[in-house]
Design a protein around this ligand. Structure first.
Ligand SMILES: Cc1cc2nc3c(=O)[nH]c(=O)nc-3n(C[C@H](O)[C@H](O)[C@H](O)COP(=O)(O)OP(=O)(O)OC[C@H]3O[C@@H](n4cnc5c(N)ncnc54)[C@H](O)[C@@H]3O)c2cc1C
Length: 242
């Protein structure tokens, strides 16, 4: 029993950490807060693709968030409200200027460059975060990318304009497929769940590198659909939110 406090104390004092200040905070639809954090001078940035940080919310509750954007002076997170827990409430209710302690960045979901295969990104809601920067990397190396992003409504899609602009600018390289589970009658795009698109595109998916990010029911659903089509496991990379 004694070992647990010792391990926790060691992690909290010795893991790489820094204090960042919230410099922008914006609501996206009904479920997401986009938060931009300013970095202190001594922090090595930009953060690696696919990295995440652990925020010490309310000064005592750690919550992990993937880095959606990162430059020399700041990084951006997408925080989901869907669960309504303390991490969600912290970033929803905390004002610009507040300082927050972060651990990381932790780098366990890298982009695999140079495989020669197209990329297919599966996400729901804030699971799109790591794919915002990976998409730019895929464009740089000339790999075709397809994004399947599940959201309840059109207004809940994070980075919608940016993905649409990239798809328009690089028509041979970027395909953006938002999939709505509860779209308004006026929605003309895809409906249903991202898992539906695995059997529909089985042959092209098997030739691709697959990246999956989001809450466990979604990641497990996509993994199971991939298994059903005989997807080679070495081409599948996952970041599970829990
Ligand atoms: C490596 C890693 C990266 C992560 N990146 C992100 C990220 O970029 N954005 C993000 O919002 N979350 C991310 N998460 C999940 C995040 O750390 C929190 O667990 C989650 O946001 C819920 O925290 P909470 O305090 O708001 O709710 P909690 O009190 O912890 O949970 C309340 C309820 O919410 C459900 N829930 C948990 N996660 C989610 C979610 N993402 N969406 C909807 N319901 C959820 C739980 O099952 C639970 O029922 C990540 C987790 C990991 C491990």
């Amino acid at each position: 029993m004694k070992i647990i406090p010792r391990v926790v104390r060691k992690w909290f004092t010795e893991a790489h950490h820094f204090t960042g200040a919230i410099i922008e905070s914006e609501r996206i639809g009904s479920r997401i807060q986009r938060v931009r954090i300013g970095l202190p001078e001594n922090i090595k940035a930009p953060f690696p693709l696919g990295s995440y940080v652990t925020a010490l919310t309310w000064d005592c509750v750690p919550r992990c968030y993937s880095t959606a954007k990162s430059d020399d002076h700041s990084f951006t997170l997408l925080v989901s409200f869907s669960g309504g827990g303390c991490g969600a409430r912290f970033f929803r209710d905390t004002s610009v200027g507040t300082k927050v302690l972060f651990y990381g960045p932790f780098d366990d979901f890298p982009y695999r460059s140079g495989t020669g295969r197209p990329k297919v990104f599966f996400a729901t809601s804030t699971g799109i975060a790591p794919f915002r920067m990976m998409l730019e990397e895929a464009i740089k190396e000339g790999a075709h990318s397809t994004i399947y992003l599940g959201s309840p409504k059109e207004s809940d899609i994070a980075f919608k304009n940016e993905f649409e602009d990239l798809a328009q600018k690089y028509p041979g390289l970027v395909t953006f497929n938002p999939v709505l589970s509860n779209g308004d009658p006026s929605w003309r795009g895809a409906r249903g769940y991202v898992t539906d698109y695995v059997p529909k595109n089985a042959e092209s998916i098997k030739e691709s590198d697959i990246y999956i990010c989001g809450i466990p029911p979604m990641t497990l659903g996509v993994l199971s659909a991939l298994e059903d089509i005989g997807m080679p496991k070495k081409q599948v990379f996952v970041q599970k939110f829990g």
